[in-house]
Ligand binder design. Structure first.
Ligand code: GAR
Length: 191
């Protein structure tokens, strides 16, 4: 029987961490050919930090203000990733622009999920802004990361139709779509 190689991945997050949890669980269950060897977070008090501990995933947590520049903390991130032989970086609610250090070290190997049908509504509060706009078809996008905000070539998208005005209902629908989209995309990318 042919054996599938297991790829080492890192997940970056800044907050709640539900996408991190879904990816880490899928890896642990063998649903994706990956091992989550590192979780990187820029918010020491974020829920995702305790989640990583509970799931037995190594973490690197930093405060940007403790470094002289983005290049300095990204150099540390790159070294943490290299130490663990990370092949692919998955941004999952990491609310920082990725800079040159990281982009050059992991060229073409950084992907992000964003809760809109990009290029519509990049940046913060995309669901609120889309609802305000009167959008009827929302969605989620996974894309390669470049130096721009939620920019870079699109890999996969999932549309979500919702005509109501309850932001919490919409948020839950989008999250469900994101979880499936991230796992499906990782299954394809890691083949
Ligand atoms: C997700 O909806 C993700 O798409 C979004 O942050 C949320 C994180 O939720 N990312 C962005 O807005 C990136 N610009 P989670 O912490 O529960 O996974």
């Amino acid at each position: 029987m042919a054996t599938q190689s297991i790829h080492k991945i890192a997940v970056f997050a800044s907050g709640y961490g539900s996408n991190f949890e879904v990816i880490a669980r899928a890896a642990q269950a063998g649903e994706i050919a990956a091992e989550v060897v590192l979780m990187v977070c820029d918010k020491p008090s974020a829920r995702v930090c305790s989640l990583a501990d509970a799931m037995g995933v190594d973490k690197f947590v930093f405060s940007a203000k403790e470094y002289p520049s983005k290049a300095d903390y990204e150099r540390e991130i790159v070294s943490q990733c290299r130490e663990r032989e990370v092949e692919l970086i998955c941004l999952a609610g990491y609310m920082r622009l990725v800079g040159e250090e990281l982009l050059n070290a992991y060229k073409g190997c950084i992907i992000n999920i964003h809760p809109s049908l990009l290029p519509a509504f990049p940046g913060v509060n995309p669901l609120e802004r889309a609802m305000e706009y009167g959008v009827k078809v929302y969605g989620a996008t996974i894309h390669y990361v470049d130096e721009t905000l939620d920019g870079g070539k699109i890999i996969a998208q999932q549309a979500v139709t919702y005509e109501g005005d309850d932001i919490e209902v919409l948020t839950a629908l989008i999250h469900e779509a994101e979880y499936k989209l991230y796992i499906n995309t990782l299954q394809k990318l890691l083949k």
